[in-house]
Design a protein around this ligand. Structure first.
Ligand code: KIV
Length: 290
């Protein structure tokens, strides 16, 4: 099959993201883990992230560390089948970009072969070699700095990062090194707003903030958080736009009450036997009654 220049018309691409950064348009990214969430979010946001947060949001894990490449492939394929118009980014899970350049390229390349437009990976200076290796293979990379959930054990919990002068300076340095290595954007998570603002004004690539204040080039929230579908205490940077959990439980409770009350299904919700078969059914008796 030849690739016509029209192939990507209407889709958000990396050049679109670069142009929007220059135009000062704020980027909006959210997560999608399956076809339903992709169909809900893709027409509305600019970037869809198949995040490794699928581990704690959908799969019941406490954190993202148990998420494997196979799990990511499964969820990415479901999202990609919807052919989203939004730029589709797949998260590199824990240990998928640490072992060797070859392993990293194979894992990330597999994501692109399944429909992702780019990959995202966590970490700064220690990950530069892998970022360069991917960019060398034409695999666009989004960086991720600050409160990087895969580092939960090193951080001693999910804690705001970059609050000490040396940590803040290291983060700025990491952000510039990721840019120099070829990243097309960087997620800044769980850092002081002033630090995110300084990174944003000194970088040429866009920053996408989550718990990083309002000065980033764009914002990302986990879809299930902003729709109120996640249980328990949410971080203070999450603004919840619906009580999704309550709304859905309420709808389900109504159906349960209708079933128990005998009002579901109605005649309109049932199939009818044609007249021609009605007599045969009503007159039928078991051939060997016990
Ligand atoms: O996995 C994820 O959902 C993420 C976002 C929170 C940026 O990495």
């Amino acid at each position: 099959m030849s690739h016509s220049p029209e192939t990507s018309v209407g889709r958000v691409t990396i050049p679109t993201i670069n142009r929007w950064k220059l135009d000062g348009r704020r980027l909006v990214m959210t997560t999608a883990y399956d076809a339903v969430t992709a169909r809900i979010a893709s027409p509305i946001v600019d970037i869809l992230l198949v995040g490794d947060s699928v581990g704690n949001v959908c799969l019941g894990y406490d954190n993202t560390l148990p998420v494997s490449v196979a799990m990511m492939n499964h969820h990415l394929e479901a999202v990609a089948r919807t052919r989203p118009a939004a730029l589709l980014v797949a998260d590199m899970p824990f240990l998928s970009f640490h072992l060797s350049r070859e392993d990293t390229i194979r894992n990330a390349g597999g994501f692109l072969q399944r429909g992702a437009d780019a990959v995202k990976l966590e970490g700064g200076a220690r990950r530069l070699e892998m970022v360069r290796a991917l960019v060398d293979c034409e695999i666009p990379v989004m960086g991720h700095l600050g409160l990087t959930p895969q580092s939960v054990n090193m951080m001693g919990g999910f804690k705001v990062q970059g609050q000490r002068a040396d940590d803040a300076v290291r983060l700025l340095d990491d952000a510039h090194r990721l840019q120099d290595a070829g990243c097309f954007a960087i997620v800044l998570e769980g850092i002081p707003a002033e630090l995110a603002a300084r990174a944003t004004e000194t970088l040429t690539i866009p920053t996408i903030g989550i718990g990083a204040g309002s000065s980033c080039s764009g914002q990302v929230l986990v879809l299930h958080d902003l729709l109120g579908l996640t249980e328990g205490r949410r971080p203070k940077f999450v603004r919840t736009y619906a009580d999704g959990f309550g709304l859905l439980q309420n709808a389900l409770s109504q159906w349960v009450a209708d079933v128990r009350g005998g009002t579901f299904p109605s005649t309109d919700e049932s199939y009818r036997l044609p007249e021609s078969a009605a007599g045969a059914v009503s007159g039928w008796k078991p051939s060997n009654p016990n």
